[in-house]
Design a protein around this ligand. Sequence first.
Ligand code: GDP
Ligand code: IMO
Ligand code: MG
Length: 498
Amino acid sequence: MKKDFSFLGNAKTVAVVCNQWGDTGKGKIIDFLTPWADIVARGTGGANAGHTICYQGREFVTHLLPSSIFHDCDGKISIIGSGVAFDPRQCLEELGALQEAGYPSRQLRISRHSKLVLPQHILLDQLSGIRKDSDAIGTTGRGIGPAYADYYNRCSLFVGDLFHRDTFVKKLRLNLEEKIARLRAYDHHLVEQICRQQRLGNGAYFHPDSMLDPEAIVEDYTGFFADQLREYVTDTTEIMRASLGKKRILLEGAQGYLLSIEYGSYPYVTSSDCSIEGLAKGVGLNVGDVDLTFGAVKAFYMTRVGKGAFPTECGGLVSDEHCGQITREQEKAEYSRVNVNDPDSLRQGIAIRMRGNEYGATTGRPRRVGWLDLALLRQALRVNGNDIILTKVDVLDECEEIKLCTAYRYAGEQFFLGRDTIKHGEQFFTVFPDNAFLKSCEPVYQSFPGWLTSTSGLRSYADLPKNMRAIIEYIERETGAVVRMVSVGPDREQTIIR
Ligand code: GDP
Ligand code: IMO
Ligand code: MG
């Protein structure tokens, strides 16, 4: 079916980011918009992302590759920008899986300036995740934090280094110097066990004394990986700058505003700036080069994988704990009878999770579920702009009551902000997502009647149920957001343009 993209107007560079804690369906939206674009580029994060694309009854998940890759045969160029934390093994694995499924990837281009994710990064990330104290972030274990930390520590290796063995060897030696001392402090058996994972070369890099064997790393990375990746690697910033204003460019965000290292609920964030600012920069553009930014928002709920404050979480701290302990399979077996109108909020959250299939596309962890939070949304709009896409509206089709958090009431002791003091009971309509502060906030809810009808077959805004449109229009009035698209199902065809 030929799609009508006239709603994009004269925009030449369009971006899709997320205004929540990730997993808002960016992959689906990128897949939907790719026929419009000539070039699609990712600029932040790495294999911590999990972007799901569904069409004709098939489901694919990309982690590192842009979600446009399924349109490669139509000549669409997919770019992995310099801001990305790039894991060669993961990339080759995804390329292999695509090839097997019959999808070519000839138009893929990888920035020679992307930061390399190496075995030491994955190992350190996973070792820090084993901490059982409540401070563990709950990362995806893909080496993202340690890889970006090296970048700011000025000891990164870049994709371009794969093709210069001498430089690679020298930089790797420097990079590993202080890490080996840190690694030696861990239990050898534990390190060995982690190193046996497939994503760490099935033990090929483990060394019983130094923990990691630099020679084995050099061998694989400057050998097989370099050979396989050579044809894709180039200066992607040059492509982007030369195409700006001439070609149609689509930028694919990863993670979400509330996970941004700059704007998110620090320290429970990822290690790149996944707002529009970081995305533009990560592909070699300025934020002012982007003509139109869409921020994806799950409607009318939100999810979070991993730890950190979540004021509207259904079931509160009990849900956080529950999600940390249960697997998808166990939950589906034990809670098969819960329903989305359960008066117990923990069970209601579980029902929404099961109905929305809210289990991490990267790690399979249950995503914590809570009501849509307008105080946090207002904050995200300040950076990502007012154009939003509502996704997953069909998930709440059977909900009798929809709750929106319209503001926060501060419930903690006096909080000193230098010249200002926040007092117990004060209300906030926009909040900076400081983790400690969020923990002391109580959501103020407004209730709306649900629409109680199936929406997944609807294809026009006017056909959406009256009760749903009333909520959409309330959100627009209360936050300044403008809803430009509505997603009513995972398939690319289940998309409504307003
Ligand atoms: P991303 O990380 O933002 O790309 O999102 P994920 O792929 O991690 O998670 C979104 C999930 O919701 C995936 O399983 C999608 O297939 C699914 N999805 C996307 N849009 C919709 C929608 O409108 N309705 C429903 N029911 N599922 C959707
Ligand atoms: P997409 O692109 C949801 C979360 C992790 C953890 C924190 C830090 O699919 O929306 P990291 O491995 O990045 O150091 O983990 O960030 N996280 C995501 N949560 N969706 C994602 O990506 C995420 N990428 C990272 O769960 O809490
Ligand atoms: Mg995801």
